[in-house]
Write a new protein. Structure first.
Ligand code: ADP
Ligand code: MG
Length: 293
């Protein structure tokens, strides 16, 4: 199911413009929405999930129109909010049973089958009878995904699901999403570049309410080709490097010098070498404003 977003704006009361003229096309597979804190990711996710209305603009999901067909949209959509409050006293299985009932799966047998299948899918069969309060961060996110999958929706929206997970849990969660993305649309928001890297066919970068990039990962990398530089600078130039907007990273070497990585159209420091750009470089390039050097 394709999602088409046109000229979407959200102004919160108090005049905070959280989204400005957002245009996006999201097809099947995994779509990454990347942006720093406060960019407007959760606002966009909540609008798509019909939790809050946009101020204006148009969102079409297949033939369904947001604002007109919200009831049907909810039927084909699963959502994992950024901050989800689970029912600590319930077991994983009871929680899914409860959500299944809320989602309108009427027959007890259908609920049982759906819950058993989902517990297996997110690899929580062993913990099905444990209370949610005993779950780790990664397990909570997996049961969260399982509830989003109840009713087999075509679209899954997950808002910053990997924040707060340890590295191992994060990788496992990414693999799960990748697997789920094979036969449905997944919209994944994150501020962690590595979440997008392995699995997203296309992505958008949101910065201060605006889409500053939309396209493929290859496309994104090509934007900073021949603009990423590395060099070693002496400690005496430390302050110089710290004040550059073009600075991406700086690492102190064992000899007390600094290894710096910069984005610039032209060589930013005598003797600097062009480097192979990575996604982090490109992300910083778009979210910090283009280098003017
Ligand atoms: P992100 O998820 O990318 O961190 P959000 O969508 O949560 O960004 O927030 C975008 C901007 O809108 C922020 O400046 C935030 O403070 C503001 N904002 C979010 N929710 C509300 C609200 N309910 N009322 C007023 N301002 C809000
Ligand atoms: Mg958010």
């Amino acid at each position: 199911m394709d999602i088409q977003i046109e000229a979407l704006n959200k102004v919160y009361s108090g005049e905070k413009q959280a989204l400005s003229e957002v245009n996006l096309k999201i097809g099947a597979g995994m779509f990454g929405l990347l942006g720093p804190n406060g960019a407007g990711k959760s606002t966009l996710m909540q609008i798509l999930a019909t939790i809050i209305p946009p101020t204006n603009g148009k969102v079409q999901m297949g033939s369904l129109l947001l604002g007109r067909d919200d009831h049907q949209i909810r039927q084909c959509l699963g959502y994992l909010p950024q901050t989800s409050r689970f029912f600590d006293k319930l077991t994983g299985e009871e929680f899914l049973q409860y959500i299944a009932l809320l989602k309108g799966i009427k027959s007890a047998k259908d609920r049982r089958v759906a819950v058993t299948n989902l517990l297996e899918k997110v690899n929580l069969q062993q913990q099905a009878k444990q209370r949610l309060k005993t779950y780790s961060g990664g397990m909570k996110q997996r049961i969260g995904i399982a509830q989003a999958l109840l009713g087999n929706p075509e679209i899954i929206i997950v808002d910053e699901p990997t924040a707060g997970l340890d590295p191992e849990e994060r990788i496992r969660f990414r693999e799960l999403l990748e697997d789920l993305g094979r036969d449905r649309t997944i919209i994944l928001s994150t501020h962690i570049v590595a979440d997008i890297e392995a699995s997203c066919q296309s992505l958008a970068i949101l910065d201060r309410g605006r889409i500053v990039f939309y396209g493929s990962i290859k496309n994104l990398l090509s934007k900073v080709e021949n603009q990423v530089w590395t060099t070693i600078i002496p400690e005496s130039d430390y302050l110089w490097s710290r004040n550059r907007t073009s600075l991406i990273s700086r690492r102190k070497t064992v000899t007390g010098e600094f290894e710096v990585r910069m984005i610039a159209r032209q060589c930013p420091y005598p003797g600097a070498q062009l480097a192979i750009p990575n996604l982090e470089d490109a992300y910083l390039y778009f979210t910090r404003g283009e280098s003017s050097e």
